[in-house]
Structures are given as C-alpha cells and as structure tokens.
Design a protein around this ligand. Sequence first.
Ligand code: FAD
Length: 252
Amino acid sequence: MNKLKDKFNKIKIIIVGSGIIGKSNAFELSKYGFDITIIDQDEMQNSSNAALGILMGKIYQKRKGRSWILRQKSSELWPKWINILQRYNPKLIIEKPLFKLTSDLEKFKKLTTFVNNYPNDDLEIVEANSYILNPINKIFKGNKLQGIISHQDGRINPKILLETLNIALKTKNIKTINNQVIQIEKKIQKWNLKLKSGEILTSEIVILCNSLDSLKLINPELHKIKLKPVLGQAIEIFHEDKNINFLSYQNF
Ligand SMILES: Cc1cc2nc3c(=O)[nH]c(=O)nc-3n(C[C@H](O)[C@H](O)[C@H](O)COP(=O)(O)OP(=O)(O)OC[C@H]3O[C@@H](n4cnc5c(N)ncnc54)[C@H](O)[C@@H]3O)c2cc1C
C-alpha cells in the first residue's frame, strides 16, 4: 500500500458529483494517496437524497437473468461496505427484515408458492391474522394485508449513509468545491474542467459520478468515445486487452 501511495501521491483526481457513488469513490481512492477533489453544484437535490434505499435480494421472485445476478452481487457487497463505514457511524445499519404485502388473494398464493420453492432463503409467510401485521392492518382498515418477510433483505437509510460518508471523508484529505462543471476537455495528458463560475481546473484523472448528467459533459466527437445511454445496470466491466492499464488510458 505504501508503495502505491508514493506512486499515486501527486496524481490529481477530480470527481464530478457528490452522491453516494461520488463520495464512495472518493473514500476508496483516498486510501491510495491520490490528491482528490469532489465537485458538486447542489448535493442536497440528488437521487441519493431522494432514494428509499431498499435492498431487494431474496424477496425478488425472478431468479435468473442480469437483474438477479446484480441483486446477488449487491446483497454480497453492501454488508461489507456498511461494515467498513460503521467505524465512522455506528448508526449506519441494514434495517432488516423486508416485508412484501398484498391484499390480493391470488398474489398472496403466488408469494406462498415462491416461499415454499426456496426453503433455504430465510423467507417467511405472514398471514393477515399474524400479530406482526396487526398495527399495519389497523391502519389499512378492511384491506387485510398479508404476504412474506425476507429476513436477509432490508433497507439502508440513504440520508444516514450520506452523513456517514461525509464523516468518513472528513478524516481524509479531500477537497470539495461547490460548483457546476459545464465542460470537460482533454489537453495533452491532462483534463481541463470548466466550471460555471468561469474557473478552469486541471487534473490527470476525472471520474464522472454525476449520473445521467454525465452525458452532457462528454462530447463524443471531441473525446472519440462511442457513448450511448443504456437503461439498466452494469454488473461487470472488462476490456478485451488483458494488459490494459486503466490509469494510462487516454480517454478515461
Ligand atoms: C425517488 C427515488 C427512489 C429510489 N429508491 C431506490 C431504492 O429503494 N433502492 C436503490 O437501490 N436505489 C434507489 N434509487 C436509485 C438510487 O438513489 C441512485 O441509483 C443513487 O442514489 C445514485 O447515486 P449517484 O451518486 O450515482 O447519483 P446522485 O445521487 O444523483 O448524484 C449525482 C450528483 O452529481 C451532481 N452533478 C450533476 N451534474 C453535475 C455537474 N455538471 N457538475 C457538478 N455536479 C454535478 C448532482 O448535483 C448530484 O449531487 C432511487 C432513486 C430515486 C430518485
């Protein structure tokens, strides 16, 4: 690690976007000694602040395909990540279990069949007369909600997660700038980032963590990046050239 720290010490990284993804990247990369700056124009208005933070793994009924693989990976990685961050804020936990309820009898039957098909997945059937559902059924009078409980799934409160990442980042030497990046451009070996204030910042590496707005910052003709938005989630990235050094990659 120390060797890496020496190697990366003076390399500047600018992270655009201060949501869960931008902050998590900054935290992880800070271990290697990079000189990191996060830029965001308004981090209180992002999706991370609006999210419910629900982790649906075992409760998900479609047990094949890309979405299922992603859910499995997510269920494996989130507890590890939360474990690391709990050092900075013990209030950060995965709130378990997760309920899936319905007032529709047919849907309830399907849910019970699903639970019976996966006896090792820590799923439980809860009928309308269960004491656990009493308070909920009192609120939704006449609807008789029933369903299943997944003991391994849950919720991470996104606000607490963001607060925790802020606490963690304060222990690292990371700069933050409250501004909007309006243009990025590669000049020789460095990136120039033009801010709304007119200021221009320079760095060796730029990491775009500004969600869908990242497309606005990349001019495909200028950077020779064949980029098109795809709805969905990436579960793995790879490059055909096994020896590629991503840090010396010309475009990103
Ligand atoms: C209502 C809602 C509910 C959700 N519920 C769930 C859920 O239950 N479970 C789940 O897993 N996911 C959920 N999501 C999705 C999840 O919230 C997002 O996938 C995640 O928060 C995205 O994080 P992010 O850091 O990539 O982006 P964001 O949190 O959106 O952060 C991007 C940041 O980039 C900044 N930015 C943008 N452009 C620029 C620029 N040019 N210059 C500087 N800064 C810029 C923005 O200000 C913003 O702060 C939900 C999303 C929403 C909106």
